[in-house]
Design a protein around this ligand. Structure first.
Ligand SMILES: Cc1cc2nc3c(=O)[nH]c(=O)nc-3n(C[C@H](O)[C@H](O)[C@H](O)COP(=O)(O)O)c2cc1C
Length: 180
């Protein structure tokens, strides 16, 4: 293996909350960037069994009303469905609920959000704090991916940037695996 190459045998889970698909799209391309052992999963799919022994957990969600989606904001989104708004996917547990159920783990972690560039607030900081509570040390500071309108689309270049970020995360974990 030459210097800088990732061995690509790490197990990584990229778990996401996504109503209109922007965060899901970013999650999938982050997983591609990490490598073949990485999977982008909804909060329903990322069960305790599925994430067991993961080397890296990456978690992301949209910024909604200046915050990681709350039960109240999710209810409002569900109620807005069909009212001149694209149909949201509210079928999976919230990221807040997923984090609350996350068992203690030595996986390394990273957090991200999708959002409008100028907005105050952070979903990723709250996700990062939840990951830390479960014992997951973050390998880098939370990352933001930008949409150009209320429901998207992603700004040009964000997909490519997410792919590069995934590759960087893989390198970080390779260089400094968890000390158990
Ligand atoms: C009801 C609503 C509230 C939003 N609130 C914010 C906000 O406070 N700050 C922000 O930057 N973006 C906000 N957005 C934009 C979303 O964060 C953005 O569209 C995000 O990419 C959606 O992710 P998803 O497609 O994965 O659901 C809001 C969008 C909607 C529809």
């Amino acid at each position: 293996m030459f210097v800088g190459q990732v061995s690509n045998n790490m197990k990584a889970i990229v778990v996401f909350e996504s109503f209109w698909g922007n965060t899901a799209a970013i999650a999938r391309v982050i997983a591609e960037g990490i490598g073949p052992g990485a999977y982008a999963l909804t909060t329903s799919e990322a069960t305790t069994e599925v994430i067991a022994n993961a080397d890296l957990i990456v978690a992301g969600a949209p910024l909604i009303a200046f915050s990681l989606p709350t039960d109240a904001s999710r209810r409002n989104i569900a109620a807005s469905s069909g009212l001149n708004a694209p149909t949201p996917d509210v079928s999976h547990p919230s990221m807040r609920m997923w984090l609350a159920g996350l068992a203690q783990t030595h996986a390394r972690s990273a957090a991200f959000e999708t959002r409008i560039w100028w907005s105050p607030g952070s979903a990723a900081a709250t996700i990062g704090a939840g990951l830390m509570r479960a014992g997951c040390q973050q390998v880098c500071k939370p990352q933001r991916f930008i949409v150009t309108g209320k429901y998207g689309p992603l700004r040009a270049g964000e997909i490519e940037r997410a792919h590069r970020w995934g590759a960087e995360l893989a390198h970080s974990v390779e260089r400094a695996p968890a000390v158990i």
